[in-house]
Write a protein that binds this ligand. Structure first.
Ligand code: DQA
Length: 151
């Protein structure tokens, strides 16, 4: 039987990312989250991986998903949206899950308002990809693959 846990990447999206496409297109582009999901799913398949792609506006739901991530996935890609800058609860869940974590942001958070320069979730991340728009999710899949291949 194929090892689906070993090749499944959990891709989590936080608050307001459901509005991508319509939300501040000058900052986040016009690609919708559905478009990103399709591109990520397709690219993952070319890498021999599956994705479990989710979005929630609720901090607790994101925490629940991270808590159970190690039962179904081998790595987590997370764009926690504004919770990036506020959520010790999501940070703690990421630290506890024991999986490689790749943090993604569509925008370059370091070129924006000062309150976006600090990321709690980064403290649990293997690495961060930001500023490349929707393409960042595909770069994150490459990063997950490289990270999982490390001895
Ligand atoms: C974001 C950056 C965050 O500061 C913001 O709150 C978001 C989106 C990004 O993808 O660029 O919701 O995570």
């Amino acid at each position: 039987m194929a090892d689906t846990v070993g090749s499944t990447i959990l891709v989590l999206n936080g608050p307001n990312l459901n509005l991508l496409g319509a939300r501040e297109p000058d900052v986040y582009g016009t690609t919708t989250l559905e478009d990103i999901k399709s591109a990520v799913t397709e690219y993952a398949n070319t890498l021999g991986m599956q994705v479990d792609f989710r979005q929630s506006n609720t901090e607790g739901e994101l925490v629940d998903w991270v808590q159970s991530a190690n039962q179904t996935a081998s790595a987590v890609i997370i764009n926690a949206g504004a919770y990036t800058h506020t959520s010790i609860a999501i940070l703690d869940a990421l630290l506890a899950c024991g999986l490689p974590v790749i943090e993604v942001h569509l925008s370059n958070i370091f070129r924006r308002e000062e309150f976006r320069h600090h990321s709690y979730t980064s403290q649990a991340a293997t690495g961060i990809i930001c500023g490349f728009g929707a393409q960042g999710y595909l770069l994150a899949l490459d990063a997950a693959k490289v990270t999982l291949a490390r001895p």
